[in-house]
Design a protein around this ligand. Sequence first.
Ligand SMILES: [Zn+2]
Length: 100
Amino acid sequence: MEQAYRPRHSDEEYLREEWWEDRDVDLRQRTLRMVTTRKPHGCVGNGHGEQHELPSGSRALYESCLYDGEWVQCWLCCRCMDAWLDFINGRAAPSPQEEG
Ligand SMILES: [Zn+2]
């Protein structure tokens, strides 16, 4: 059984970041909050890592929004967010499998 990942940043720091800024989302119809998952979900990844399974009991950023006329829900785990924050803060190299 995999140990739950321990977040290295506060909820406020995760929520302050704009994780999906390239999307055309109606911000008035959007819910964004930190949650502890009660059942397994998929993590959408941070744009560098791949999408992966997120076990129940994981700390994650949850988003519900109206995107392209449809309601979507997504989860982004703290492990992915920490990796991204390390990257933008210059503490880690980008993933070798970076797209582009
Ligand atoms: Zn993740």
